[in-house]
Design a binder for this molecule. Structure first.
Ligand code: SF4
Length: 446
């Protein structure tokens, strides 16, 4: 066992959590063990998010707290990794004197070298974006894993250039990972006891690998993964509505172990705002895609992302969003106030002209409506039986377990003799807006 230890703290999206597992693997090769105790670390890495100003402010606050650790342990190295490192580059070294290392999302292989440079007393930085880095050959170290579900990154970067989004600038060009390495990783996870994998990418539907004689797309990959074993559940995130094809929906419908849950970010219900956002679809197009999901995959849960108060958004546009939400009956939504990000098309072209209090009011209305929709969606499930994959003990009671059904809803039910990784048929007796509560469970596939 190595004497050197690193501690990693992750902010932002699932992609960042997946990247932290790649970073852990690179560090292991460099003879560093991971620790969950920040006090015993020789290196503290903060894997950051730039998507909203608030996310960056949280990291800044954390960095100022970490300064005190450095006073007690002078050899301690502090690294800022990920999107914020990429966006701010060496400006971060100027602003944050305690930071020794800055590493962008495509330069994690360089970490051991950068650590050596920092150990020699110099500041170390690599924020070069790559056209082909996918970390395909790196076997991620599963950090904080429940041993049941795992992420697999299948592509990196994005070229959609939604007007509000910083990702194409911080994560670079879109590139897909070799399907063979993805499917091997999925197989190995299944063989070591994992029962659910989530394919991750900024826009998984545009996954494309050019083979020698043929190209491989996302429906192909999804189907091959589903065929590994019927006991392996497959999820994926995130889909762009413009690329959600009927072919993909048919593949999901044909394989019961591809989960009945599609996350389809709409962002706004107004075609005018969608155009300003450069989302490349209209309200009508989005509605047609929802109808297609319902037609091909009855019982499929649909979740979304919504931004309130984008530049130029009027009360009418906001009402278009509310009416679309009612129509689509979203099961779940991630909802945010618009936060202008430097360097994006929106920051260059539009005025951030919706007053803060209007953004807050609209967000509140969207949240209240979604809570009602989520509660209604859960009420519709009372009386039904679902196959639940057990993940953990319930947070509230040792006598209950927590898992998720195919629709990605959290289900709580009596422990009996079940354990993490079991599939259990649960009858739903009641619900809250966030959880289904069941009883009379019966297990199978033990
Ligand atoms: S699809 Fe749009 S919102 Fe999503 S990462 Fe790409 S640019 Fe950002």
């Amino acid at each position: 066992m190595s004497e050197k230890k690193f501690y990693i703290e992750t902010y932002g999206c699932q992609m960042n959590f997946s990247d932290s597992e790649i970073i852990a693997s690179v560090m292991k090769e460099a003879d560093f063990d991971s620790t969950t105790d920040v006090k015993e670390a020789d290196g503290i890495f903060v894997n950051t998010c730039s998507i909203r100003e608030h996310a960056e402010q949280r990291v800044r606050k954390r960095l100022s707290e970490l300064k005190s650790f450095k006073k007690k342990k002078p050899h301690l190295l502090i690294g800022v990794l990920g999107c914020m490192a990429e966006r701010l580059k060496d400006q971060l070294l100027i602003d944050e004197k305690s930071v020794d290392i800055i590493v962008g999302p495509d330069a994690y292989r360089d970490l051991p070298k950068l650590i050596n440079t920092a150990n020699e007393g110099q500041k170390a930085i690599n924020v070069i974006l790559s056209a082909d880095e996918t970390y395909a050959d790196i076997n991620p170290v599963r950090l904080g894993s429940n041993g049941v579900s795992a992420f697999i990154s299948i592509m990196r970067g994005c070229e959609n250039f939604c007007a509000y989004c910083v990702v194409p600038y911080t994560r670079g060009k879109e590139r897909s990972r070799n399907p063979g390495t993805i499917l091997n990783e999925a197989r190995e996870l299944f063989e070591s006891g994992f029962r659910e994998i989530t394919f991750l990418g900024q826009n998984v539907n545009s996954y494309k690998w050019e083979g020698e004689n043929k190209d491989f797309d996302f429906p192909y990959l999804l189907e091959k993964a589903a065929l590994i074993n019927p006991l392996l559940r497959i999820r994926f995130a995130t889909s762009h509505p413009k690329d959600l094809s009927d072919e993909l929906l048919k593949i999901i419908a044909a394989h019961p172990n591809i989960c009945r849950s599609v996350h389809l970010p709409v962002q706004s219900g107004s075609s005018k705002i969608l155009k300003l956002m450069n989302r490349k679809y209209t309200r009508e197009w989005y509605m047609e895609r929802i109808e297609a999901i319902r037609k091909y995959i009855p019982g499929c849960a649909i979740s979304t992302d919504i931004i309130c108060g984008f530049s130029g958004e009027t009360d009418d546009d906001h009402h278009d969003t509310l009416s679309l939400m009612e129509w689509a009956k979203f099961d779940y939504a991630y909802m945010f106030k618009y936060s202008e990000r430097p360097g994006t098309a929106a920051a260059g072209k539009y005025k951030d002209d919706v007053p803060e209090e209007v953004k807050s009011r609209r967000l509140q209305e969207v949240i209240e409506l979604q809570q009602k929709l989520s509660h209604k969606s859960n009420k519709r499930d009372v009386g039904k039986t679902f196959e639940v994959l057990v993940e953990n003990e319930s947070r509230k009671s040792k006598d209950f377990l927590s898992g998720r059904n195919s629709q990605n809803k959290v289900v709580i039910f009596p422990r009996k003799n079940f354990k993490a990784g079991d599939y259990v048929n649960v009858n739903v007796l009641r619900c809250t807006a966030a959880t289904l509560i069941g009883d009379d469970a019966e297990s199978f596939y033990m």
